[in-house]
Design a protein around this ligand. Structure first.
Ligand SMILES: [Zn+2]
Length: 457
């Protein structure tokens, strides 16, 4: 039951409105929403589950009961944190401010810091919009949620993988929430853990949160499919097995939500697709060789860091941004352009797109980037500063995303089911920026900044 109708019920029960004069209950204009993200879920894994030999009854039930997209066209870059922030705001990375997974840190002083903090998001989120409408909100592990104004928040953060990370998660969660849930469910999953047991733990905590607090809007983020696809490739037996286990988590969450809110709408999303990879292009090698990056003298262990730079690589999976130290320096820009054009001319590097300046902004990508390169799978992009690492090398990774969103392999998933949502409808391809305003509208909330119109049912 929504907040509005609950309030009306309260007034009726308190005798403040004579029941006889109350109008017959109008169809509620809004519904509670449960939004589940399965990182890296390709739409075909659900739509073509039989063909791919996948046993995923809960996901197939959502597909059959509701409306779905044949594919969701993502953002630049098709990376986890920028994409999840688009899913929750309805705008491009250039406008929401989460430009990559990792923050810009050319001299490596931030100890692999990611964009964990909601204060980096420059526009209102669905959590904000729901709260402004008087709805209650919750979150389990959604990216970029530390410090977000969420009623029951278990944000995503880690530092080193040391047991102290658990204290950090506890300190940044809604006070009292983690002890309350751990008393029933045992220890919570460490922030750095991305495997199936971590998803199963977070799934149990989310179901417990739903049963205990009934948030009107809850986000839940599951990460093991992405993790396994990176390690073993998008179509591996291991990835299929993990998705089949995640399906059981989804089934439990949907059941818990429908028990708490029989009128709930369930949205199942993902952030990007996946492509198989077997090679890596290391732009930092070329920038070092061209004298655009200068390394420190090796320390006693032979390690070197960037000491000074004119142009650095800020890699984003299958693509890489190039940041210029002096964006207005025409001679520097020309020198870097010449280097990149030369690299692109060698087919072995598999650079298929090169954006510059305004073209990056127009694509909704990183405003700090002077240039942005997109690679063709099976090549991925890196910006490692490791002495002796060549321009191309064989990475341990078997699957990647982060390529420009035009690559059809990067399509992500959108399925939605519940009251008012047509059964069995195929929307074709949709824009990722349409998802947040659609969910806002279902909740009776507003996200005025959204850059694509809400989907109407
Ligand atoms: Zn992801």
């Amino acid at each position: 039951m929504g907040v509005k109708s609950a309030f009306l019920g309260l007034l009726l029960a308190a005798g403040m409105i004579p029941a006889a004069t109350a109008k017959p209950a109008a169809k509620p204009a809004h519904h509670p929403v449960l939004m589940i993200s399965i990182d890296g879920l390709r739409p075909g894994d659900v739509i073509e589950a039989d063909k791919r030999g996948l046993k995923i009854p809960a996901l197939r039930a959502l597909l059959a009961e509701g409306t779905h997209a044949a594919g969701v066209v993502g953002v630049l870059p098709t990376l986890t944190f920028p994409s999840h922030t688009t899913l929750i705001t309805g705008v491009d990375p250039a406008h929401h401010g989460v430009l990559n997974n990792v923050t810009f840190d050319p001299t490596a002083i931030n100890q692999d810091g990611w964009y964990w903090y909601a204060s980096d998001i420059k526009v209102p989120t669905l959590w904000d919009a729901a709260r402004a409408k008087g709805l209650t909100t919750g979150n389990v592990h959604w990216p970029v949620s530390v410090g977000a104004k969420i009623g029951w928040n278990l944000p995503q953060i880690w530092r080193t993988g040391h047991p102290d990370d658990a204290k950090l998660v506890a300190a940044l969660s809604t006070p009292g929430l983690l002890p309350e849930l751990e008393a029933k469910e045992g220890p919570y999953a460490p922030g750095k853990d991305e495997d199936l047991p971590a998803d199963q733990t977070r799934g149990r905590f989310a179901a417990r949160l739903i049963a205990a607090h009934h948030p009107d809007f809850l986000t839940v983020y599951l990460t093991a499919l992405d993790h396994t696809q990176h390690e073993t490739g998008p179509d591996s037996a291991q990835s299929h097995a993990v998705l089949e286990s995640i399906d059981a988590i989804v089934g439990n969450l949907v059941a818990a939500e429908r028990k708490a809110h029989p009128d709930a709408v369930i949205a199942l999303v993902s952030d990007h697709g996946f492509a198989a990879v077997d090679n890596a292009f290391n732009l930092s090698r070329a920038l070092i060789d061209a004298g655009l990056i200068r390394l420190s003298t090796p320390d006693q262990l032979g390690r070197q860091k960037i000491e000074s730079w004119d142009a650095v690589a800020w890699a984003s999976g299958g693509s890489v941004a190039v940041v210029l130290a002096r964006p207005d320096d025409a001679a520097l820009k020309a020198k870097v352009r010449e280097l990149l054009v030369g690299l692109k001319a060698d087919p072995a590097n598999r650079i298929i797109d090169m954006l510059e300046g305004d073209a990056i902004a127009k694509a909704g990508g990183n405003p700090q980037a002077g240039f942005y390169l997109n690679l063709a799978p099976p090549m991925l992009a890196t910006g490692y500063v490791a002495p002796g690492l060549p321009l191309r090398f064989v990475p341990p990774t078997k699957g990647m995303h982060g390529f420009f969103p035009a690559d059809p392999r990067m399509r992500s998933t959108f399925m939605i089911a519940g009251p008012g949502v047509p059964k069995g409808r195929d929307l074709g391809e949709i824009d990722m920026r349409a998802i947040a305003p659609t969910l806002a509208r279902i909740m009776g909330a507003r996200l005025d900044q959204a850059e694509a119109p809400a989907i109407t049912f």
